[in-house]
Design a binder for this molecule. Structure first.
Ligand SMILES: *[C@@H]1O[C@H](CO)[C@@H](O)[C@H](O)[C@H]1NC(C)=O
Length: 295
């Protein structure tokens, strides 16, 4: 006989009559309810704060659609442009653009480049010859300008680079499309030309935009060995793949500035291409200059 006074025992009897598996399932049900419920909620908050901080400084505006474009100038747009980017580094000023080009655009550029590939060359300094510098840059490449490209892909890419950088497209050199096979690389170097090494320059390269046209299974990163002043004091071996490394991803863009705003060369813009360990690397580079007319 059960005693009526012992309520505690009564509860235990109640639970046990449901059977242990049923209690267990109930516990699991509530666990997942709480788990997914809370992650759903926090995701919503994250999305809202992301749009807050990146697209609009004003806290009330959560949706860009609530904004109407400003009356624009004759040369301006009557719409908003959204090009996502990540600041990879301030020293040098380097930006990463995920999904800058589509897969079809990348494939199209590779296709037009394949037929004209030749071993890449270097701008030579005093005392340098093609022979004694042949190990510095081992890729194959070609130059192609947007007006030569009948498919219109390079025109689209060039326009987007122009918008992302606000450096008018006439400041850009032709695209340099490069292929790096197994073991091929480009030792660390500057894209800007130091007049004390290369002689007086008619114009200077301000910035470089790299568009990765392929994924690389292993290796092939773009490296900035002096990022944030690292390794700059040591006796850096220009072949060494160290510092900030960016793994190529098909369709992604990388922009970095070789010059400070005052026009002098940023020493941390030193960069190179690590050797490809597995796979193949395709990249299209556009150098942007401070003048429209250049050699
Ligand atoms: C140019 O700017 C850099 C970075 O702000 C600064 O370190 C350098 O001293 C400046 N050079 C000249 C010549 O003004």
């Amino acid at each position: 006989m059960k005693s009526r006074g012992k309520t505690g025992a009564g509860i235990i009897t109640g639970w046990s009559s449901m059977g242990l598996p049923a209690v267990f399932l109930l516990c699991i049900f509530f666990f997942f309810l709480g788990f997914f419920g809370s992650s759903l909620f926090s995701q919503q908050v994250e999305n809202e704060s992301a749009s807050l901080h990146i697209t609009r400084p004003r806290p009330r505006m959560l949706n860009q659609n609530e904004y109407d474009p400003m009356p624009q100038g004759d040369s301006g747009d009557d719409y908003f442009t959204t090009i996502p980017f990540q600041i990879l580094s301030w020293k040098p000023r380097a930006l990463y653009f995920p999904g800058f080009a589509t897969e079809q655009q990348c494939n199209g550029i590779i296709k037009m480049a394949k037929v004209k590939l030749a071993p890449s060359t270097l701008a030579l300094r005093k005392g340098e010859t093609a022979e004694n510098t042949k190990d510095i840059r081992t890729s194959s490449g070609m130059f192609v300008s947007s007006y030569e490209d009948k498919t219109g892909i390079l025109d689209q890419i060039e326009k987007k680079i122009e918008r992302a950088t606000m450096i008018p497209r006439r400041h850009g050199e032709a695209f340099n499309v490069l292929r790096y096979d197994l073991g091929q690389k480009y030792n660390s170097h500057y894209d800007a030309f130091n007049p004390t090494e290369y002689g007086p320059q008619k114009s200077q390269r301000i910035a470089s935009f790299l568009l990765y046209l392929s994924d690389v299974e292993e290796g092939g990163e773009t490296m900035f060995p002096f990022e944030n002043g690292e390794n700059a004091d040591s006796n850096y071996d220009f072949r060494k793949c160290i510092g900030l490394k960016i793994k190529p991803r098909k369709g992604d863009g990388l922009l970095f500035y070789s010059l400070y705003p005052n026009g002098t060369i940023d020493p941390t813009s030193l960069h190179g291409s690590c050797p490809v360990i597995k796979g193949q690397k395709w990249v299209a580079t556009k150098w942007l200059r401070n003048e429209e007319d250049f050699d």
